[in-house]
Design a protein around this ligand. Structure first.
Ligand SMILES: *[C@@H]1O[C@H](CO)[C@@H](O)[C@H](O)[C@H]1NC(C)=O
Ligand SMILES: *[C@@H]1O[C@H](CO)[C@@H](O)[C@H](O)[C@H]1NC(C)=O
Ligand SMILES: *[C@@H]1O[C@H](CO)[C@@H](O)[C@H](O)[C@H]1NC(C)=O
Ligand SMILES: *[C@@H]1O[C@H](CO)[C@@H](O)[C@H](O)[C@H]1NC(C)=O
Ligand SMILES: *[C@@H]1O[C@H](CO)[C@@H](O)[C@H](O)[C@H]1NC(C)=O
Ligand SMILES: [Ca+2]
Length: 464
């Protein structure tokens, strides 16, 4: 597999190997939160905030309803429309697939299909409020990156609260209040996102924007505006994310505002479409939700750039010698320095805040001959490894020998073979500019896609 590819692309490999020598990975393989790109000056590393990609988080949640038996269909029920109490052709029967409306239909893949929806029982017990809690749990801290959007197939509720938890559901704080009349429902002045400024960003508001009027046929969504809040720092088109990241880096409250482990939608009063409730036909009042959109990313404290979902669990793939579901602490034996979150600001401005090993690591200048077994290592304890197959991988095709040294290919030197040998030579690595110039961006992108490990191994083959 490698060889045919190797042969066809040999020329490109060579140029890349030479080109990369100009940009010695001073951060070695430790700093994975970077990518290589091609500029006028040649290959350049772009450093970025060390965080997983944002994704549709509804795939990873657990939904709980309170009361638990509030879903319609057991026993079967017939519903009338809100506009016309004589139009009663909406049937719910939990025992029939086509007529059942279980909670999963708020998140189904066809998902954004409005015809599949969860539905509650009707307001049979009026005037006792028809109140339902829909709780979404991730059992993992996540950071919201886009608006939360809830699509109602019934009318939008006349009263509703969106709440969040940051401690796995032990305590709850409101995120936003929604009502047709904020003063009446929550004794709050009605506000909209337009009233929010950088200074009031953390204010919790009540809005009438998503409940008011009888226009629900046209707009069925209720939103919690994340993007508008980001825009206060990053500009209307979010073009200046650096400014937002700068704020997030320095303001814990702001970071926490967008961070959740759970969300709760508290439905407090269904749409009635009028000031008077028609007590003779309560089959007109209920909640139905076809879709909930939650976009975000695992919170990994800026120490991971991926997050995996395995056995119904989200976990950060921690780098920088950190560990824990959120990379929230240093690995055992890597506590020489107190744990601290990474930085949104890319290197060199920010810092990776890498956890360091407890032992005083071997102080070895990169010039040390590659075959020398560092004497410190022999005397050191079992932990004091120079290399292994995990965090301390030999680079550029080097091979780890007995955990004490990397056997480097001829073109590389350094403890982990991280340094191109030509760097030490008079004139540095300046000889290969022509090769670099012939490098075409498309082939480079392909190489990058193939991944660093593969690339360095190929370089090694080429060198041999
Ligand atoms: C739901 O359960 C409660 C008690 O657990 C019961 O009082 C109530 O009648 C049930 N509601 C429905 C619609 O079955
Ligand atoms: C819903 O959650 C709130 C707290 O978030 C709680 O006070 C209430 O009892 C819960 N249940 C219902 C049916 O509202
Ligand atoms: C949540 O995750 C923890 C580990 O991070 C696990 O021990 C626990 O069982 C999980 N809880 C649920 C309800 O899945
Ligand atoms: C009231 O609801 C029932 C179904 O529960 C329906 O048959 C009836 O037509 C509705 N309308 C009026 C005005 O009673
Ligand atoms: C882990 O700790 C070692 C030893 O203190 C340090 O040299 C290295 O840079 C750290 N590794 C990573 C992946 O950050
Ligand atoms: Ca749906």
């Amino acid at each position: 597999m490698i060889f045919p590819l190797f042969l066809t692309l040999q020329a490109s490999w060579l140029t890349v190997c030479q080109a990369t020598q100009h940009y010695p990975a001073t951060w070695g393989h430790y700093d994975l939160c970077k990518s290589q790109g091609y500029t006028e000056e040649g290959l350049t590393w772009y450093y970025m905030a060390c965080q997983p990609e944002a994704a549709d988080m509804t795939k990873y949640l657990k939904v709980t309803l309170d009361p638990p038996n509030i879903t319609c269909g057991d026993p079967p029920e017939t519903y009338c429309t809100l506009e016309n109490p004589y139009m009663c052709n909406n049937e719910c029967d939990a025992a029939t697939d086509e007529l059942a409306h279980p909670p999963e239909l708020m998140f189904d893949i066809v998902g954004r299909n409005p015809t599949t929806f969860w539905q509650s029982t009707s307001w049979k017990k009026y005037p006792k409020p028809l109140a339902v809690n829909i709780t979404l749990s991730w059992n993992k801290t996540i950071e919201l990156t886009d608006d939360i959007v809830i699509t109602f197939e019934s009318g939008r509720p006349e009263q509703m609260v969106l709440e969040k938890s940051l401690d796995y559901g032990r305590s709850w704080q409101p995120y936003q209040f929604y009502a047709t009349d904020c003063l009446d429902a929550f004794t709050m002045e009605p506000k909209t996102m337009k009233d929010i400024t950088q200074h009031t960003l953390l204010d919790i508001i009540c809005t009438e924007e998503y409940s008011r009027g009888y226009v629900w046929k046209n707009d069925k969504t209720v939103r919690f505006e994340i993007r508008d809040r980001f825009a206060l720092f990053a500009g209307p088109k979010l073009h200046n994310m650096a400014s937002l990241y700068g704020q997030l880096d320095t303001t814990k409250n702001l970071r926490d505002f967008f961070t959740i482990t759970d969300l709760r939608i508290r439905l407090l009063r269904p749409a009635t479409g009028a000031t008077m409730v028609d007590e003779n036909n309560l089959s007109r009042y209920y909640y139905a939700i076809s879709d909930i959109k939650v976009h975000g990313r695992c919170k990994c404290n800026l120490h991971a750039n991926s997050c995996i979902y395995d056995k119904e669990k989200l976990t950060c793939e921690c780098e920088h010698n950190t560990t824990g579901p959120d990379c929230g602490r240093c690995k055992r034996n890597f506590q020489a320095r107190a744990w601290s979150a990474g930085s949104y600001l890319p290197i060199p401005k920010g810092t990776a805040n890498i956890c360091m090993a407890n032992y005083a690591g071997p102080v070895i200048a990169p010039q040390v001959a590659l075959s020398t077994v560092p004497s410190v290592q022999v005397a050191n304890s079992k932990r004091a490894r120079v290399c292994d197959s995990e965090l301390l991988r030999c680079q550029n095709g080097g091979v780890c020998v007995n955990y004490v040294r990397c056997q480097c290919p001829p073109a590389y030197t350094g403890l982990l073979c991280e340094k191109p040998r030509c760097e030490k030579e008079p004139g540095g690595c300046g000889g290969s500019d022509s090769g670099q110039a012939s490098l075409h961006p498309p082939s480079l992108i392909l190489l990058l896609l193939l991944g660093g490990v593969f690339l360095t191994e190929i370089c090694w083959i080429t060198v041999l």
